[in-house]
Design a protein around this ligand. Sequence first.
Ligand SMILES: NC(=O)c1ccc[n+]([C@@H]2O[C@H](COP(=O)([O-])OP(=O)(O)OC[C@H]3O[C@@H](n4cnc5c(N)ncnc54)[C@H](O)[C@@H]3O)[C@@H](O)[C@H]2O)c1
Length: 336
Amino acid sequence: MSVLVTGGLGYLGSHAATQLSEEGNDVTIVDNLSNSSIETLERLNEISKNNIKFFEADIRDTDQLKYILKQNEIKSVMHFAGLKSVRKSEIEKKEYFDVNVNGTKTLVDLMENNIEGDKYFVFSSSACVYGKPSYLPYDEDHPLAPENYYGETKLEAEKYLKKTHTKKNKWNIVILRYFNPIGAHASSKIGELPLGKPENLMPNILNATSNNKQTLEIFGSDHETKDGTAVRDFIHVTDLIEGHKDALNFMINKPKEVFDVFNLGTGYGYSVLELIKTFEKVNNKKVNFKFSKKRDGDLAIYYAESKKAKKFLNWEAKLSLSDMCKSSWEFYKNYK
Ligand SMILES: NC(=O)c1ccc[n+]([C@@H]2O[C@H](COP(=O)([O-])OP(=O)(O)OC[C@H]3O[C@@H](n4cnc5c(N)ncnc54)[C@H](O)[C@@H]3O)[C@@H](O)[C@H]2O)c1
């Protein structure tokens, strides 16, 4: 199968591209390198052995995208390309809307106009679309009321996908709402390697290990949780990407067109302090940290109800918090 992976040199997309390629698919990546570097492509090709095609392009560039879709006979797309910082989304609203919403629309419209027959689309959404929990764990029917602009852009893109499925022919769409992916590939060759100052928790933990002089800022020690730090549903990137493969197969094996939404989480919440303690224990490393004030809009606690993915995709997370911490460190050691 020929699969387009947008954002395929980023953290999650690179793991998906590797897995798809290892399984014998023809993989084409489109990435504008706004949060990744070209060296990742070399590592992908080292791991997967099969040649992965790469186009440095923006998902909003209609001419290039049209060429790529046609040239590579794409029918299936995993759409990871996007901007993901909750903090920056509040400051750079226009850019976040343009990439996350308009970028998705551009891609979908190009697929509609340039691909004949069945189209398969897996979308990277986020637990941020739920907002303040009315109940926990969040299931897929939980009300959608994002607390931040990033979540709003993801919800807007989800709505466009739903409309596309209702109004147009031969669209198969699965929306995956991720919880908190961390960890790295078993080869230790790819992992989370953002450009500039990292925004996500694990890269900041890695930068704050004892032989690095940096300090991790933990936002809030007074959340209403067991130890005062925020509780999240951390999920190993390997498990998360396995869910994408299952989502694609689910659509392909259905006799009728599909539109569905699944949470990808473990169903367990660990606090930030628990994550740090586990990291220190399994890697025998000290993490330097300090507490700062809670950030506006930061939720104290949330985690996934993942029964739906188990029932329909036959998917569940298998790897532990220790696995996530170990693999992150192994990757970091290799590349820093
Ligand atoms: N990592 C998480 O914690 C998390 C959680 C929930 C949802 N998501 C979503 O999953 C997707 C992938 O996340 P990630 O962690 O791999 O992020 P990432 O930043 O590591 O990867 C995104 C990739 O997309 C590329 N990109 C960005 N804008 C582009 C554009 N306009 N055209 C082409 N390429 C572009 C970047 O260069 C980068 O390589 C994103 O859509 C993100 O919003 C991530």
